[in-house]
Design a protein around this ligand. Structure first.
Ligand code: NAD
Length: 488
C-alpha cells in the first residue's frame, strides 16, 4: 500500500507508461514505508525520450529567447503557486523538514527559472572587427541535454539543470535520483502548462542503468550530473565516447575556518547550518570545522546548547529542524562512520546515535553528531559522510589552517569567519574551492555561479556562468573585400 498514485514517465509532453514494464518503489524515509510506485525507464524508453527531445530541438531553438523566457517565467509562477503541495511531496520523499522545504526547494527552483527566463533574450555572440573583414560569433545551443539528479534537493536540482539548458534553446531529458523520483514530474507538468512544446523537457525515472543508457545515447550532446565523485567519473568516462559536453556537480568535504577574531555566535550558526541543515545531506557542507585554538572552548560552549535545542522528529511537523536520513542503507553508512571515528580515536562531543522513539520509531533518524579530532588523516576527516556529522579540528595559525583545509582531493566549497578584512580576502584567494563564503555558509543565490574544483566537479551551475556550459560558439568570418584570401 503506497500513499501516492503511481508515477509514469513524461515523454513528448505527456505522461506515458514505461515500455520496460518495470516499476520500483520510492520509500518515505521518516516511516520506512513505501511512498509511491514509479515506472522505470529502460533503454527503449530512454530512446523515446531522447527522440522526443531531438524532434523538439529545432522548434524550441528556433523560438526567440524572449519567447522561451516567457514560458520559463510562467513555469516558475506555476511552481510557486504549488509550493506547499510540492514541498509536502518533497518531505515525504526525502525526509527533510517541511520548514526547510517550504522556503528552499521549490523557491530556489523557481528563482532559477526566473533568472534564466530573464537572461534568455540576452544570450548573444560577439562582433570582432578585423579591418576589411569582420567576424561574429553565434552562441548556439548544444542540442539534447541529459540532466541527472541526486536525492538531496530533487526539484531544485531538476530546475537548476532545466532552466539554463532550456533558456539557451536546448531540450532536455532529465533523470531524477531513483531514491527521490516523485517531484521531477511536477516541473514537467509546469513547463507543459506554461506552453513548452512537447519534447522540450522529458522525464525518465530509474537508477544507474537508466542513467547509463542516457549518457551513452549518441543523440545526447551534453550530460549535466549531480552526484557522488565515483558516479561523476564513470559518467564522464562514458560521455567521452562521443565527446559530450559535461557539467559535473559532485561531492565534497569542505572546510570552515573560524579565526580567533570571529564573531563566535555567527560562526556557530554557520557551522550548524553547514552540518545539520537537511540532516547534513548537503554537498557543500563544511564538515571540517577548523577552529583557532584560542577560541576553541568558547566555540564549543556556544555550540553545544544550540545543538541540544534542535528538534529531531516528524519531517511534516513545522517545529522539526532535523528530519530523517534518506534510507536505511545511508543511515547505516553514517552510523558506520561514527563507529569508525570512535575506533580511530576521535572524541565524540555529542550525538552519534540512531533515534527510535516517538515519531522517529520507524524511520532513519540520527542525532546531530560532533567529533573532535587531533589528526586530519582519520577517515571521518577525509571522506564525505553526507550526514549530520561534524568534525572539529583545532589550528594555530593561518598558513597551517589553509594548508590543512586544502589537503583534500575535493574542492566544492569553503567558508571562513574573521573580522580582519585583509585576512578574509587573502584566505579566500588561497582556498581551493569553487565557492568561498566569508562570514556565512551554504548560501547559494541563483545569481552566483556554483560548482567545484579538483575532484568536486567541472563546469558551473547558476549565474551568467551557466550560459557558457549550455551553449557553444560558432565563429562566422565575413570578407568585406572583393577578393577571397589565397596563399596559392
Ligand atoms: P549518486 O552518485 O549515487 O547518484 C547520482 C545520480 O547518478 C543518480 O540519479 C543515479 O541514478 C545516477 N547514476 C548512477 N550511476 C550512473 C551512471 N553510471 N551513469 C549515469 N548516471 C548514474 O549520488 P547520490 O547518492 O544520489 O547523491 C549524493 C552525492 O551527490 C553526494 O556525493 C553529494 O555530495 C553529491 N551532490 C553534489 C551536489 C553538487 O551540486 N555538487 C549537489 C547534491 C549532491
Amino acid at each position: 500500500m503506497t500513499t501516492l498514485d503511481p508515477i509514469p514517465l513524461w515523454i513528448d509532453g505527456r505522461a506515458v507508461d514505461a515500455r520496460s514494464g518495470r516499476t520500483f518503489i520510492s520509500e518515505n524515509p521518516a516511516t520506512g514505508k513505501p511512498l509511491a510506485v514509479i515506472q522505470e525507464a529502460g533503454v527503449e524508453d530512454v530512446g523515446s525520450a531522447v527522440a522526443a527531445a531531438k524532434a523538439a530541438f529545432p522548434i524550441w531553438s528556433g523560438m526567440t529567447g524572449a519567447e522561451r523566457g516567457r514560458i520559463l517565467h510562467r513555469a516558475a509562477q506555476i511552481l510557486r503557486a504549488r509550493n506547499d503541495a510540492i514541498a509536502r511531496l518533497e518531505v515525504l520523499d526525502t525526509g527533510k523538514p517541511i520548514a526547510e522545504a517550504r522556503v528552499v526547494d521549490v523557491t530556489s527552483g523557481a528563482d532559477c527559472l526566473e533568472f534564466f527566463a530573464g537572461l534568455a533574450a540576452a544570450i548573444a555572440g560577439e562582433h570582432i572587427d578585423l579591418g576589411g573583414a569582420f567576424a561574429y560569433t553565434r552562441r548556439e545551443p548544444l542540442g539534447v541535454c541529459a540532466g541527472i539528479g541526486a536525492w538531496n534537493y530533487p526539484i531544485q536540482i531538476a530546475c537548476w539543470k532545466a532552466a539554463p539548458a532550456l533558456a539557451c534553446g536546448n531540450t532536455m531529458v532529465f533523470k531524477p535520483s531513483e531514491t527521490t523520483p516523485v517531484t521531477a514530474i511536477e516541473l514537467a507538468k509546469a513547463l507543459a502548462e506554461a506552453g513548452a512544446p512537447p519534447g522540450v523537457f522529458n522525464i525518465v525515472q530509474g537508477a544507474a542503468e537508466t542513467g547509463r543508457a542516457l549518457v551513452a545515447h549518441p543523440d545526447v550532446a551534453k550530460v549535466s550530473l549531480t552526484g557522488s565523485v565515483p558516479t561523476g567519473k564513470r559518467a564522464m568516462a562514458a560521455a567521452a565516447e562521443t565527446l559530450k559536453h559535461v557539467t559535473m556537480e559532485l561531492g565534497g568535504k569542505s572546510p570552515l575556518l573560524v579565526f580567533d577574531d570571529a564573531h563566535i555566535e555567527n560562526a556557530v550558526s554557520a557551522a550548524l547550518n553547514a552540518n545539520f541543515y537537511t540532516q547534513g545531506e548537503v554537498c557543500s557542507n563544511g564538515t571540517r570545522v577548523f577552529v583557532h585554538r584560542r577560541i576553541r572552548d568558547a566555540f564549543v560552549d556556544t555550540m553545544m546548547p544550540r545543538i541540544q535545542r534542535m528538534r529531531i522528529g516528524d519531517p511534516l511537523d513545522p517545529e522539526t529542524t532535523v528530519g530523517a536520513l534518506i534510507s536505511r542503507v545511508h543511515m547505516e553508512k553514517v552510523l558506520g562512520y561514527v563507529e569508525l571515528g570512535l575506533k580511530e580515536g576521535a572524541k565524540l562531543l555529542c550525538g552519534g546515535a540512531r533515534v527510535t522513539d516517538g515519531a522517529c520509531a520507524d524511520g532513519w533518524f540520527v542525532t546531530p553528531t560532533v567529533f573532535e579530532a587531533l589528526d586530519d588523516s582519520l577517515a571521518i576527516v577525509r571522506e564525505e559522510i553526507f550526514g549530520p556529522v561534524m568534525t572539529l579540528l583545532v589550528f594555530d595559525d593561518e598558513d597551517e589552517a589553509v594548508a590543512r583545509a586544502n589537503a583534500t582531493p575535493f574542492g566544492l566549497a569553503a567558508g571562513l569567519f574573521t573580522r580582519d578584512l585583509a585576512r578574509a580576502h587573502r584566505v579566500a584567494a588561497r582556498l581551493e574551492a569553487g565557492t568561498v563564503w566569508i562570514n556565512d555558509y551554504n548560501v547559494t543565490p541563483i545569481e552566483m555561479p556554483f560548482g567545484g574544483v579538483k575532484q568536486s566537479g567541472l563546469g558551473r551551475e547558476n549565474g551568467l556562468a551557466a550560459i557558457e556550459h549550455y551553449t557553444q560558439r560558432k565563429s562566422v568570418f565575413v570578407q568585406l573585400g572583393d577578393v577571397a584570401t589565397s596563399f596559392l
